[in-house]
Design a protein around this ligand. Structure first.
Ligand code: 3HC
Length: 676
């Protein structure tokens, strides 16, 4: 028999029930059973005056155990447990440290009092899993913390600080950071004999305007998601009907979300993100190389953004440029970006100074000699990159990790010019590099396991979600983008417009379509090498200076505020190319656009897996969610393909349009299997 994760301590007249269920004290069956048994025992014991519930380890309960979702629920269910705690005839105090999240906060809300350490965070992040707090949270939270804050917490899922929780009445006392256990017991002694305040018995006033205003203000932010609206509806219900009725409504809505594909997708991504950090053939306990100082070559948009990640995490950066003016411009942009964050209240002015103070700008590559990691972020030219890596090989200390930020190029070829290919790998950041969460870590044929493990761990430290990719043109994300772009261009020739194709992608849940993306990134990327050739629509746009948003003209026309509108000139150019090609122009349906631009991405993903260039299908999903803004409620292309659209449908669609279908995709569709 396994021992219970819950233990019972007695401190005179106070019973302390302690959970020790690493890593995050999730409220799995054994935890719930232990809590139920010991609360009953304490209530029955006449010598006990009050009860404290607290957790060992790094955090208070971080929620229901998500791994139990979709399986038969073991007794006691969480909603039953929280009702039982609240009904206790002895006062119960929740002692909070770390993060009281989801079901964890619902347990705390069912306690009669809450004390917390200053660093604690409280939240109901269920919405991020496509769910809502399903153990009375949507009904108790507005009663304790007010309607506005409850709406905000439930619908956004963002946690609040202990201080803010105290101001809202959600925390009764902030106690010592290092004396939670003792302070909670003292607090419990103070409340022995007082009338017991129960959240479910408190009244909450109807606030229809608050609810409506919140809905209105956040409509855009929640576009496409089911869960935020359900969370809002539950909080609204709390203001309209008695507690029991509200709880029933909450239960119904919770079950609806739980059965839906959006929550399955969002839960998939929660685990996929964590799984992506694991490298199949590198042990988790691999000794890491210390990274105390980072070098970045190139102070352009990418180099500056990359540097900011490390500076913000307190890691000093030496940034190298060739010319003083470029160096000044680059560091100036970094400062401006930090100052903009400070103006929005996301940073304190002293943090701006600390970050910029840890930056050493230089024109001398030799200054990288003492860096533990050097990231090259110059423009995409194999020759230039090789030249830099050969120099770095001579300059950098032994054991330094040498990384390239290339988006496409062969890391093995770059590594081959050094005498230490085992120290070389790719770190492909996504623009803007200080904002986008994805980092593709490109593993070369000779990259050492500890080099890979060090960079994966460093990625987490700087707030990135890292995915391991193999050496292949465009790695995972950009390689999958290529067939999409090819087909989008063909569709233009056949009768679709840029607006139609983009609209289909946005309706699908992407932040923008292929042509909007092109305009944003620069239609002219890669064109300047041979501006004399005008072979396709894009070349013709570039030749006319329609380089995208930066020129207020690309596939769209833009006004000063960068609002796009369809361009008659672009339509003319498209018509000219259509006429020249002699193709018959026809009506293209939205469905065909999905089949010809999104299905091929899935096909390419399957090929990437077949070739071993991604570790697992879920890693590809992580790339698309965090690198390209694929909607999390669709779980990434491979999840969508397998769970929503279905593989047989995709294979049939690809075949109908004449694509060569990946073998594994065909096999999985035929056998009802899945892509690994
Ligand atoms: N259930 C099961 N496993 C969980 C879990 C949960 N609620 N939360 C985290 N884990 C696991 C992770 O999968 C990970 O496992 P791994 O090591 O095998 O990959 C491990 O715990 C550590 O997690 P992190 O790597 O995320 O650790 P961090 O320290 O970075 O973050 C955290 C800790 C802030 C607690 C973060 O894990 C988190 O946000 N967890 C989810 C919280 C959540 O969504 N709670 C609501 C659950 S739904 C619910 O409560 C429904 C109820 O209303 C009925």
């Amino acid at each position: 028999m396994t021992s219970s994760p819950i233990r019972y301590e007695r401190h005179d007249n106070v019973a302390v029930i302690v959970s020790d269920n690493p890593p995050v004290n999730a409220l799995g069956a054994a935890v719930r059973q232990g809590l139920e048994a010991y609360v009953k025992q304490a209530v029955a014991d006449e010598t006990i005056g009050a009860i404290v519930i607290r957790c060992d380890g790094k955090t208070f309960f971080a929620g229901a155990d998500i791994t139990e979702f979709g399986k038969p629920m073991q007794d006691p269910p969480l909603p039953f447990l929280v009702d039982m705690i609240e009904a206790s005839t002895k006062p119960v105090v929740a002692a909070i440290h770390g993060t009281a999240l989801g079901g964890g906060l619902e347990v705390a809300l069912s306690c009669h009092y809450r004390v917390a350490v200053p660093s604690a965070k409280l939240g109901v992040p269920e919405v991020k899993l496509g769910l809502l707090p399903g153990a009375g949270g949507t009904q108790r939270l507005p009663r304790v913390a007010g309607v506005r804050l409850a709406l905000e917490m439930c619908a956004t899922g963002n946690p609040i600080s202990a201080k803010r929780a105290q101001e809202a009445g959600l925390v009764d006392r902030i106690v010592g950071e290092d004396s939670l256990a003792a302070d909670a017991i003292s607090y419990a002694r103070e409340v022995v004999g007082r009338p017991i305040p129960r959240a479910s018995e408190r009244s909450v006033s109807p606030e229809p305007e608050t609810v409506e205003a919140f809905r209105r203000e956040n409509a855009k932010r929640f576009r496409g998601f089911d869960a935020p609206a359900a969370n809002i509806a539950c909080v609204e219900k709390a203001t309209q009907v008695p507690f029991e009725e509200g709880v029933q409504f909450e239960r119904q809505e919770f079950m609806k979300l739980m059965m839906g594909v959006q929550s399955a997708a969002q839960r998939h991504i929660f685990f996929a993100e964590r799984q992506a950090a694991k490298i199949d053939d590198v042990p988790a306990d691999t000794a890491l190389r210390p990274i105390r100082k980072v070098g970045v070559i190139g102070a352009g948009t990418m180099g500056g953004g990359i540097s900011m990640n490390f500076l913000s995490a307190g890691i000093p950066v030496t940034i190298v440029e060739m010319q003083q003016d470029a160096l000044d411009r680059g560091t100036g942009v970094m400062r401006k970006n930090y100052e903009a964050s400070a103006a929005k209240g996301r940073m304190k002015p002293e943090q701006v100074e600390a970050a910029m103070g840890a930056l050493t700008p230089t024109l001398n590559l030799q200054d990288l000699a003492d860096c533990d990691l050097v990231i090259e972020a110059v423009y995409e030219s194999m020759d230039v990159k090789k030249e830099i890596f050969a120099k770095l090989d001579g300059i950098c200390k032994p054991g330094a990790i040498l990384a390239s930020n290339t988006s496409y190029l062969d890391i093995d070829e770059i590594a081959s010019v050094t005498k230490r290919p085992e120290d070389v790998l790719g770190m492909h950041f996504f623009s803007p590099a200080n904002v986008m969460k994805l980092l593709e870590v490109v593993r070369g044929a000779k990259t050492a396991p500890d080099v890979l493990a060090t960079v994966m761990s460093l990625a987490k430290k700087i707030g990135k979600v890292a995915v391991v990719a193999g050496v292949t043109y465009g790695f995972i994300g950009n390689r999958m983008l290529m067939p999409r772009q090819v087909e989008a261009n063909k569709l233009l020739m056949e009768g679709a417009t840029p607006e139609q194709i983009d609209r289909v992608h946005v309706a699908f849940g992407m932040p923008m379509g292929p042509f909007q993306m092109s305009d944003l990134a620069g239609v002219d990327i890669g064109w300047h090498r041979d501006p004399s050739r005008i072979e396709n629509i894009r070349d013709a746009l570039c030749a006319e200076g329609r380089w995208g948003q930066k020129k207020q003209a690309g596939f769209y026309d833009y006004d000063e505020k960068r609002t796009p509108s369809p361009s008659p000139r672009v339509q003319q150019i498209i018509d000219e190319f259509r006429a020249k090609s002699g193709a018959t122009v026809r009506e293209v349906t939205d469905q065909e656009i999905v089949e010809r631009t999104i299905y091929p991405m899935v096909n390419e993903g399957a090929l990437i897996l077949e070739e071993g260039k991604a570790q697992r299908a879920s890693d590809i999903d992580v790339v698309w969610i965090y690198g390209y803004g694929w909607s999390v409620y669709r779980g990434g292309p491979m999840f969508w393909a397998q769970n929503e659209e279905t593989l047989p449908k995709i294979v049939a669609g690809l075949e109908k349009h004449g694509f060569t279908v990946a073998r594994t995709l065909k096999d999985a569709a035929a056998s009802g299997g899945r892509l690994k």
